[in-house]
Design a protein around this ligand. Structure first.
Ligand code: BES
Ligand code: ZN
Length: 604
C-alpha cells in the first residue's frame, strides 16, 4: 500500500489573503446585487454561511475599496442581529481585513455593502466601447481582485458554493460563472446557482446586450449581437474540444461549457471562469486559427478549477498543466504538426521571458516567493511554459501512457481541492518517481521547481511546418524581394505568420517592410496576433504607413499581452515617448485596471 498523500487543509497560509488569521471558513454565498451603470457601482448584500468547527469568535474577510454599510449575524433560525465589525488600515495591494465578531449561535453573516467606482475588478464600458449601443460591465477577479467587488475569503485555497440574484437595467442580460440564463427577461432580474465549490478568484459577472447561440447540447456562445455570428463560426469545434479533453483526462465536471466573447478592452486573452470562459474578441481571426486559447481556458476546467493552486506561489500548477493539456487537446483535434507549432512558439516566448527577467532570478523558479508583492508580478510565462516544459520532460522520461494515467488520477484524486507545490511533489514522488530508481535524478526535479532558468534536460521542440517558414526567412536574408521567393504561403496559419514575423531580422529598412506589406498586407490584417508581431518592426524601421493602424489598435484593444510590448516598442523610437504619452492619454479610458496598472508604470 502506498503511504497516504497529505491533503491540504482548506486554510492555507496564503500571503495574499487576510482570511487565514481566523480558522473560520466560508462555505456558501448568497449574493444580492443591484448593478448601477450611472453610478458605476454594485450595491447590495453578501450573505456568507460559515464553518466554525473551533467555535472561534471572529471571522476575517478580504475587502478592497468596499464600503461596508452594515453587518448582521444570522443564527440557524434566521434571526438577524447587528454584528460588531472593523476594517483594518488599507494595504494598496491586499486591501483591508474585515473582522467580524461572531456569537456562539452565529451560522451566517449578512454584509450590506457597495463597490467603489474605481473597483479594480470591474470595467464599466460606455456603448462606444462595445460592438453595439448599450453599456457593458465585466469583472476580472484573478488573482486577488474579487475582494474589490465582494467581501470574501479571497484565497485560492478556500472554496464555496454560491447563489446570486442580480438586478440589471431591464434591456440587458446578466451572466455569472454559474448556471446561466440563455435569454433576456423583461424585469432585468436574474438568478444564478453554482453548486460546485469554487475559490473567489473564479467569481465572475458580466452585464450587457448579450445573446446566446448554442453549439451543442452542453456548449454555446454568448456575445453582443454584432459579434455572435462570427463567434459561432470561429468556435464551431467547441464540443469536439470538450470531448477531446474528457477523453484525455476524465469527465468534465461543470455540466455546461459556454464562452462569453467580451468587448476588445478585456485585459486578457481568456479567463477560465467556471462554466463560462471569458474571451477576448481578438481571437476572432475569421479562420479559426487562434482557438488554442479556448483549448487553454477549457483545460483549466481540470487544472485550476478542479485542482486549484493553493496560493499564487503555486501558480505553475494551474498554468503549466493547462498549457500542456491545451496542446494535447489541439494535437488530438488537429494533429501533431499543429501542436508542435504551439510548442515552438511557447518555447521561444519562454527564452524571451527568461532573458527579460534575468536567467538567475528567483522569479524564474516554478515555485515562487510572492509574499509582500502584488501576485500579478509573478504571473509570467515561467509558470506557463517552464511548467509545460517540465511535463514534457517527464513525458520523455516515462512515456505518454504513464504520464496520462498519472495526470488523470491526479485530477480525480484532488478534485475540488487546493494543491500546493510541496504536496504536489510528494504526490509525484509517491505515484511515479519513487517507483523507479534514478528517475528523480534524471528528471532533475529540484532544478525545475526551485532552480532558475530552463534546465538543460528540457526536450527540444521543433516544427516541420515552421521549417518551410525558416527557409523563406533565409531567402529573405539573401535580400531577395518577396516576388522572388516563389513561396507558397497560402496554407499558412496565424502561427506560421507569427513565426515568420518574429524571425524577421531587426535590420530591415522601411522600404523592405513596405515591400513585405505590399506582398502580404500585414498592416491591414484583421488578425491581432499578426498585427502585434508586425508593429514592432514597423516602429523600429520607421515605416510610418503603419502608424494609423497601430494607433487604431492601441485605442481599441485592451489585451495587456499586446499592449505592453507595443508601448515598449513605441517608447524605444526617437519620437516614441511623446507619441506613446499622447496615445495612452487618449486610450487609457478604454483599458481595464489590470492593464493600466502595468502601463502607468511604463509610460511616464
Ligand atoms: N487564468 C489566466 C489569466 C490570468 C492569469 C488572469 C493570472 C489573471 C491572473 C488565463 O487562463 C490565461 O492564461 N490566459 C492567457 C491565454 C493563454 C492561452 C496563455 C492570456 O490571457 O493571454
Ligand atoms: Zn491559463
Amino acid at each position: 500500500m502506498a503511504p497516504p498523500i497529505p491533503t491540504l487543509p482548506p486554510s492555507t497560509n496564503d500571503p495574499h489573503s487576510y482570511a487565514g488569521s481566523s480558522p473560520v471558513r466560508v462555505r456558501h454565498l448568497i449574493l444580492d446585487l443591484q448593478v448601477d451603470f450611472d453610478k458605476r457601482r454594485l450595491a447590495g448584500s453578501a450573505t456568507w454561511e460559515l464553518a466554525n468547527p473551533e467555535a472561534a469568535d471572529e471571522v476575517v474577510l478580504d475587502t478592497r475599496e468596499l464600503t461596508i454599510e452594515a453587518v448582521d449575524r444570522l443564527d440557524a433560525a434566521g434571526n438577524a442581529t447587528p454584528a460588531k465589525f472593523s476594517l483594518a488600515a488599507p494595504d494598496a495591494t491586499l486591501g483591508q481585513a474585515l473582522r467580524i465578531t461572531l456569537a456562539p449561535a452565529t451560522t451566517a453573516l449578512r454584509i450590506r455593502y457597495r463597490t467603489a467606482p474605481t473597483a479594480a475588478a470591474l470595467q464599466w464600458l460606455h456603448p462606444a466601447q462595445t460592438a453595439g449601443t448599450e453599456p457593458f460591465l465585466f469583472t476580472q477577479s484573478q488573482a486577488i481582485l474579487a475582494r474589490t467587488w465582494l467581501p470574501c475569503q479571497d484565497s485560492p485555497g478556500i472554496r464555496f458554493t454560491y447563489e446570486a440574484r442580480v438586478q440589471v437595467p431591464n434591456h440587458l442580460l446578466a451572466l455569472m460563472s454559474a448556471e446561466n440564463p440563455q435569454q433576456r427577461n423583461l424585469t432585468g432580474e436574474y438568478v444564478f446557482r453554482m453548486s460546485q465549490p469554487v475559490p473567489a478568484y473564479l467569481m465572475a459577472l458580466a452585464v450587457g446586450n448579450l445573446e446566446f447561440a448554442p453549439l451543442s447540447n452542453r456548449t454555446g456562445i454568448y456575445a453582443e449581437p454584432a459579434t455572435l455570428a462570427a463567434a459561432t463560426y470561429e468556435f464551431a469545434d467547441l464540443e469536439a474540444m470538450v470531448a477531446a479533453a474528457e477523453q484525455l483526462y476524465g469527465p468534465y465536471r461543470w455540466e455546461r461549457y459556454d464562452l462569453l466573447v467580451l468587448p476588445p478592452s478585456f485585459p486578457f486573452g481568456g479567463m477560465e471562469n467556471p462554466r463560462l470562459t471569458f474571451v477576448t474578441p481578438t481571437i476572432l481571426a475569421g479562420d479559426r486559427s487562434l482557438t488554442s486559447l479556448v483549448a487553454h481556458e477549457l483545460a483549466h476546467s481540470w487544472s485550476g478549477n478542479l485542482v486549484t493552486n493553493g496560493t499564487w506561489n503555486d501558480f505553475w500548477l494551474n498554468e503549466g498543466f493547462t498549457v500542456y493539456f491545451e496542446r494535447r487537446i489541439m494535437e488530438h483535434l488537429y494533429g501533431r504538426q499543429y501542436a508542435d507549432m504551439l510548442q515552438v512558439l511557447g518555447r521561444e516566448a519562454l527564452h524571451h521571458t527568461i532573458a527579460e527577467i534575468g536567467p538567475a532570478s528567483p522569479d524564474t523558479h516554478l515555485r515562487l516567493a510572492l509574499a509582500g508583492r502584488d501576485p500579478d508580478e509573478g504571473l509570467t510565462e515561467i509558470a506557463y511554459e517552464k511548467g509545460c516544459a517540465l511535463l514534457l520532460t517527464l513525458e520523455a522520461l516515462i512515456g505518454r501512457p504513464r504520464l496520462d494515467t498519472f495526470i488523470k488520477e491526479y485530477f480525480a484524486r484532488f478534485s475540488f481541492q487546493a494543491m500546493d507545490t510541496a504536496t504536489f511533489l510528494s504526490y509525484l514522488r509517491t505515484e511515479l518517481l519513487n517507483k523507479e530508481p534514478g528517475l528523480e535524478d534524471r528528471l532533475r526535479l529540484h532544478d525545475w521547481v526551485d532552480g532558475p532558468g530552463l534546465p538543460t534536460n528540457a526536450p527540444a521542440v521543433s516544427s516541420t511546418r515552421f521549417e518551410a517558414v525558416a527557409q523563406i526567412l533565409t531567402r529573405l536574408a539573401g535580400r531577395h524581394s518577396p516576388a522572388d521567393w516563389h513561396a507558397d504561403t497560402s496554407g499558412w496559419s496565424s502561427h506560421e505568420w507569427v513565426y515568420f514575423l518574429n524571425g524577421l531580422p531587426p535590420t530591415l529598412s522601411a522600404g523592405q517592410l513596405r515591400e513585405l506589406d505590399q506582398a502580404f498586407a500585414f498592416t491591414t490584417s484583421g488578425n491581432a496576433e499578426i498585427l502585434a508581431a508586425w508593429f514592432p518592426h514597423t516602429l523600429r524601421a520607421g515605416y510610418d504607413e503603419a502608424v494609423p493602424a497601430l494607433e487604431n489598435f492601441l485605442h481599441h484593444v485592451g489585451r495587456r499581452k499586446f499592449l505592453v510590448p507595443l508601448y515598449r516598442a513605441l517608447l524605444a523610437t526617437p519620437d516614441g515617448p511623446a507619441q506613446a504619452r499622447k496615445i495612452y492619454a487618449e486610450a487609457r479610458a478604454n483599458y481595464h485596471s489590470v492593464a493600466t496598472g502595468t502601463l502607468d508604470a511604463l509610460i511616464v
